[in-house]
Design a protein. Sequence first.
Lengths: 653, 121, 170
Amino acid sequence: MSDTATTMFVQEARDLLEGLEDMLLDLEADPRPEKVDAVFRALHTIKGSGAMFGFDDLSQFTHHFEDAFDKVREGRLAVDGRLVDLSLRARDLMRSLLEDAEGARTREAEARAVLIRATADLTGPGTQADRATSAQAAAPPKEATRFDIFFRPAPDDLINGMRPDLLIEEIGALGPISVALDLGRVPPLDDLDPTRCWLGWHMSLTTSQGEDALRDVFIFADEAELTITPHTAMAAPEPDSPAPDDPAPARDAAVTRGGGSIRVESQRLDDMMDRLGELVIVQARLDQISRRIGDPMLETVVEEIDRLVTGLRDTTLSTRMLPIEMVFGKFRRVVRDLSGELEKTVALVTEGGETEIDKSVIDKLSEPLVHMIRNAIDHGIDDAETRRKAGKPAGGTVRLSATQEGGEVLITIADDGRGLDADAIRARAVERGLIEEAAVLSEAELHQLIFAPGFSTAKELTSISGRGVGMDAVKTTVDALRGQIQVASTAGRGTAITLRLPVSLAIIDGLLVRLGDAVYVIPLSSVEECVELDLAERHRESGRTMLQIRETLVPFLDLADIFNQPASTEPRRRVVIVRADGARLGLVVDDILGQNQTVIKTLSVFHRDVAGFAGATILGDGAVALILDVAVMIRTALEARDTPSVRLRRQAR
Amino acid sequence: MTRSVLTVDDSASIRETIAFTLEAEGFEVVGAADGSEGLSQVQNRRFDLVITDLNMPVMNGFDFIRGARATPNGAGVPIVMLTTESKPEAKAEGKAAGATGWINKPFDGEKLVTIVKKLVG
Amino acid sequence: MNGGARIAGTPASRSSEMLLLFSLSGETFGITVSNVSEVLDPIPPTEIPNADPFAAAVVNVRGAIVPLIDIRRRLRIRVTTEDGDTRIVVLDLPIGGVPTKIAMIADAVTKVIETDLGALEPIPELGARWPKKFVEGVARHDGDLVVLLDPQTLFDPDEPTAPDMQETTT
């Protein structure tokens, strides 16, 4: 079996198992025959193809569940929670048998046995799998026997592709043979349809093979007239039925193939994106040159190219887009398992699953979302009793929604639970040394603390903060995706956590700023406004200098300061107000140059540990500009709120 | 002359397996992802052998076989159906539609070659 | 005599190698041509604030953003001001298993020579100014000494840069 085919099978099986989980979850609510069939087909395909590609354990294990669903199809077994539970667990085990055949074999042999036993309990005795492996009964060697064979194909057999000559040749290979043609049925020439077969053959064969071997030669000729008469014994009974070990018919698993879609290796999409990035850069250079030359004819062409490149960019970006439903689907399972485990009734409601987001974002999103949903169910939603006392319905609801806003996708996980307890969070943060006892924090800043590393540990969390397991991991992932987290919570009413994520990771809109001779890019999605430094009054508050922007005080950093450069002497400097994670910060720069579309390139391993940069890009004039990592800047400012001058720290690698 | 095989299956891994096996036997292998793609292939040229799955989206194997038999290029060409079960109805239905033979999944290269040899020599 | 032993054990087939010779602060260094992708005129660098002085900037090499590396920071050579012959030697090296482009500053690129690696001498124990781990050995060419660098250690991103070797005066 070729490696490529095996790889393909693994991918197909993955997709099937992914779909199977949904189907099983659907089944519980709606056990219509079509849904049962769909489950059966998926299991059937995994069993059949698994055996072809050497996944014997997977195939054999799957066989048991295929049997169970065969019984369901035949109405001999009812779909209930127990069957769905077992099948979901079986599906997980199939997944690990697929991914790690060797490891799973040893590690999970026991789990497998347990599941098989449990299924057997459910399905009753005598499942097909129990008698599945029928030994290939080798016919005992025989002495040479003479057989008289008569063979007359059905009239349609020729048009249906049969080659009688090959069959006779094949019979002839079994031993010495003589063949005589029977023309008795050939009609008069006028009536003869040359596409139909009228001939028959008498053969006399001497062979040490048994009659079964002879019949095997004609296995496909089941419409034909065939008599085989051994000369030493009586004619054997007709073994007409084919191999018995396979169950009912099944359509191949429903491989989703939306309106003429194709599967493309994601590496190719990445390569395409890289090329496009370069094209955008060259195009910016072309723009600049064309402006300098000022030739109207050239400008027309350049504008046309601009338009085409923009179109090409949008199309290319859209090929990488996937509906967020792809991750939402997984959460039905999480919610079902967890509400069972915690004995809470929780419904999951999803909205906006059709919202599209870059594939690389989706890939990284599923784990943080699972964390957040777990937290919502575990610590946000109270038990039925408490909820009833609070005048809420006994069952809680977790609402998972997605929507696009400009260049960002907003994913919100909202529960109707007890809400965050601001006092408890503050107390915990002080205890953990995350904030000073006297620190003045806005509600948003307080809420952000649940994402701080070390804010809480699993053991203590339930009673105190209500939230926190893995939330710092959520934050890390969202930061890496250049996204932001917003928290809204009302005591007693519930909590909504919103992830703001860029639709695409490859190209962003940037604000170009200048500091000395250097140009930097600030992602436009985190820019709130730009003001002149002179117009902003400075205030001191709890040991740090703040800028007064209209009515509010905003902490600020001078880029020259954090970049370790001599103090700027420029007369009219600017402040860019950025926002991340619910906090605002002013970044002082020498000048604002304008906006541009920026292709993000990552920095090499030599610069990965330099804090404060999300990557770099190439400007129209060919110069490299660094892209600021706003979240890191804000964190730096918050951490160093009492230090007058701040340096970016190196990150631990 | 190189002999040609059309393999009709919605599963790329099965198509690849067949291609891998039969190319080693000197066949030219052409793939189609469902019955209707398969049918347009058959309408365009004559293959020495067709291998088709039965359960496919868009157009299933039975309809494909019937369609193929009805075109001049498809008459008389050996058509093997891939049966994922040996339930007699599916085979009987396939045979009635005009299939020449079948091969049960799972199959390995050896089994495939045996059947191909049997049907096209 | 670590270096000597290693070279003695090198198979004969690798004994002849093309070297690109370049100079830094008056010393001649060699690097195997197979690592060199191209030699370019100086490119305006973009400094990365707070970066290690060994890799203090990035440059645009044909649309790729490439770290600009000053190996003098590791070789403990004083940094003199650039003259007109400054070149950027672009290298393709596997770094941590990943093919990586690196732009290396050279005062001048002199020539390409063929040398017999079997005739490499280990760097002298005494009087060697360059950290031994960055050097494969010393070759003689036209009566001059050529220091053959070991790119794997020299460009190791995890190697700490000597803190005291910055901006020494001549």
